[in-house]
Design a protein around this ligand. Structure first.
Ligand code: PMP
Length: 429
């Protein structure tokens, strides 16, 4: 495949945009090479600036669960754009999508829309602090909750890909209120709580982690967190920015049967437009301005185009909930196929999968937390990434990310992916 035009566009972009990208992981720095510039996308395929056709397992990092440019989503956006693109006034569609989201997800009675997952998580933590009157939060190493200050403490995703899990610019004053726990290690969480008695407002977690590759919660881990929160008057915040409306209609709460106090959303909820949201039971949400003292706002929050795309997406998922099972089956098929070719080629690997999220780490031992993810073979990942790309398969350019499957993907596409992996596996150590 040729990337002549992408290379030229990247050169130009670097003159005026730091690193040539508006979000770091897009730069391919972790795997080397030139980022690919997108031209358009349809269904499961991307078409780049050089005219290459790529089978897409990133899907805009999660939102495109139905595939790119789904006609219902596109039509909804076009129809709304003709009426206006922003009003700064309440609109009926905001209530419609809020009511639908509340009906799909357990334990939430009110929801507020923002413009990104970062905003959703930042606001959720402020609300938890305002509600409990406590300052500290617990987050897990390798979990990513957006780029706001309190979360850039041993963060996953791009932060760790670029070696800056603790970013300069975050003050010590902020950092001291974020306590760091180990994913899947309940004793560690219990110890931190005991050492900070009556000081912790919330525990925020990716209940299925997707920012150190895909890492499922160990059996009973989420339930044990719930109990620790109940016993210590701490709110449990599920960051479902990746998992919400993807792993099940009601997200991880439904899938694992564990109740969260506050849930954050992003990605799928906006149908590919910039949307995030946070939600909780009424008692908590009523602490927000204008009803309560916790301030949170946004000029473009509830933007009509974004709401139209999100409503079309959620409506489709609500009406065709079998999509979640069908996606999980496709992902299982992919998992089996990839495992088979890696075993045939004696490549040490671990594949983790939940629903339509899957990732491969080149590791001999199970990958259950940040440390085990970081110990995997990075050189093999680079070779795998570039090999797959040469075969026309586009996966995330970092092992600290998850692949997302979309409904438009066919079994023929999956076979093509497995065949590509069989070719590439021969080059791995
Ligand atoms: N939380 C999680 C779990 C995420 O994966 C992300 C983004 N990948 C965010 C929060 C931040 O969302 P955004 O990039 O929309 O700010």
């Amino acid at each position: 495949m040729l990337y002549k035009r992408s290379s030229a566009l990247f050169q130009e972009a670097q003159q005026v945009i730091p690193g040539g990208v508006n979000s770091p992981v897009r730069a391919f720095k972790a795997v080397g090479g030139t980022p690919i510039f997108a031209e358009k996308a349809k269904g499961a395929y991307l078409y780049d600036a050089d005219g290459n056709k790529l089978l897409d397992y990133i899907n805009s990092w999660g939102p495109m669960i139905l595939g790119h440019a789904h006609p219902k989503v596109v039509d909804a956006v076009v129809e709304m754009a003709q009426k206006g693109t922003s009003f700064g006034m309440p609109t009926e569609i905001e209530t419609e999508i809020a009511a639908l989201a509340v009906s799909m997800v357990p334990n939430i009675e009110k929801i507020r829309f923002v413009n990104s997952g970062t905003e959703a998580c930042m606001s959720a933590v402020r609300l938890a602090r305002g509600f409990t009157g406590k300052d500290k939060i617990i987050k897990f190493a390798g979990c990513y909750h957006g780029h706001s200050d309190s979360f850039l403490i041993q963060a996953g995703s791009g932060a760790v890909t670029f070696g800056t899990p603790n970013s300069p610019g975050v003050t010590q004053g902020t950092a001291k209120d974020t306590l760091l726990a180990m994913y899947n290690d309940i004793n560690n969480v219990a110890k931190i709580i005991a050492e900070n008695k009556n000081e912790i407002a919330c525990i925020i977690i990716e209940p299925v982690a997707g920012n150190m590759g895909c890492i499922p919660p160990a059996e009973g881990f989420l339930q044990a967190l719930r109990k620790l929160c109940d016993d210590n008057n701490i709110l449990l915040v599920f960051d479902e920015v990746m998992t919400g409306f993807r792993l099940a209609k009601g997200g991880v709460q439904e899938l694992y049967g564990v109740d969260a106090d506050i849930v954050t959303f992003g990605k799928v909820i906006g149908g590919g437009l910039p949307v995030g949201a946070f939600a909780a039971r009424e008692e908590i949400m009523n602490h927000l301005a204008p009803l309560g003292p916790v301030y949170q706002a946004g000029t473009l929050s509830g933007n009509p185009l974004a709401m139209a795309a999100g409503l079309a997406m959620l409506t489709e998922l609500n009406q065709n909930a079998e999509i979640f099972d069908s996606l999980a089956q496709k992902t299982e098929y992919l998992h089996k196929g990839l495992s088979k070719v890696m075993i045939e080629n004696n490549v040490a690997h671990t594949i983790n999968r939940v629903g339509s999220m899957i990732s491969i780490h080149f590791s001999e031992t199970p990958v259950t937390d940040f440390e085990t993810a970081a110990n995997a073979n990075g050189e093999n990942f680079k070779t795998f990434f570039h090999g797959m790309l040469r075969e026309g398969i586009y996966i995330a350019p970092s092992a600290f990310e998850t692949w997302f499957l979309c409904d438009a993907l066919t079994y023929k596409d999956l076979d093509k992916t497995i065949d590509a992996a069989a070719t590439v596996a021969k080059q791995l150590k």
